[in-house]
Design a binder for this molecule. Sequence first.
Ligand code: ATP
Ligand code: MN
Ligand code: MN
Length: 299
Amino acid sequence: KTVTAETPQKTPEATIDISISNPERVIFPESGETKGDLASYYAAVAPLMLPFAGNRPISLVRCPQGRSKKCFFQKHDSGTFGPHVHRIPIKEKDGGTEEYLFVENAEGLIACVQMGTIEFHGWASRADAVEQPDRMIFDLDPDEGLDFRQCARAALDLRARLADLGLVTFAMLSGGKGVHVVVPLKRGHDWETHKNFAHRFAEAMSIAEPERFVATMSKAKRKGRIFIDWLRNQRGATAVLPYSARAREGAPVAVPIAWDELEGLETAKLYSINDADALVQRASHLRGWGFADQCLPRF
Ligand code: ATP
Ligand code: MN
Ligand code: MN
C-alpha cells in the first residue's frame, strides 16, 4: 500500500514510496483503525508535524500487534528502519555513545509506522545541536478524578505567569489526560540552565498555590492536585510530539491549540487519527485564533 501526502510547500501531492505491510491489521481494537489508517494519518499531517518533530532525536512507542498487545518504548536504532530514519550518535552520561533516531520527512515518519510505531516522542533539542534545548515543556498531569477544565485553567495560569517573564507559549492537548504548556526558545543555553529554570518555575507555582499544584512526581502528594511535570526538560527526556497519535483507546492524537481555543474545552482527546482533514484545515487557521508566530516552527 502506498500512502499519499499533501505537501503544500512543494508539489501539491507527493507520493510517499514506503510500502506498508499488513495495512488491514487492526491497531486500535476498540474503534477499529488499522495500520493503513495510521499510515494515512501520518502522511496527511506530515507537513504540520515535521516542523515540530523533524530533525530532533525521537523515541518511539511501538506496538507491532496493535495497542492492546505488547508495546515498547524504543530510544535507540535497531538497524531495521531503512534509509529514511536517520541516526545520530549522542554521548551518554556514562561516557559511552548511543545511536538515537531522527526523521526529516514524511518517508521517515511512515517508515516508523511500517515498523509498528504508534507514538512519536522527542527531545527538547534538535539533532544539529543536541546540547542546546529549544523548547521547554510543562506537562500538566492532573490527579485521577480532576476534570479536564481544571487542567485547562491551570495551563492558562501557567501561560500568564510565563508571559510575566516575557515568554510566549502555546498549549498542546496530549491526547491523553492533560495539557502541555510549550515554550519555544531561542537556542543558546545549556541543559543545566534549562532544567533548573523549569524546576524552579514549577516549584514557584506549587509554593504559590499548594492546594492546586505539586512539583514533585510522588503520586501521594498529587491528591486532588496537578503535577507540573518539569522533568520533560532534562537532557535525554522526551515528551510526546505535536500530531503524534497515542496508543490509547479511540486513537487520539496530540494537538497544538491556540490559547483562545483551550478555554471551554472539556477533553484532551479532542481529535483522533480519523480527523486528519480537520487538523490540516485548522492548522491554517491557528494564527487567526491567536497562535503566536513564535510558536509556528520553521523547518
Ligand atoms: P497525559 O496527558 O495522559 O499525561 P503524556 O504524554 O503527557 O499524556 P505522561 O505520562 O505525562 O504522558 O508523560 C510521560 C512521558 O515520559 C512521555 O511523554 C514520554 O516521552 C516519556 N517516557 C519516558 N520513558 C517512557 C516509557 N518507557 N514509556 C512511555 N513514556 C516514556
Ligand atoms: Mn502528561
Ligand atoms: Mn508527565
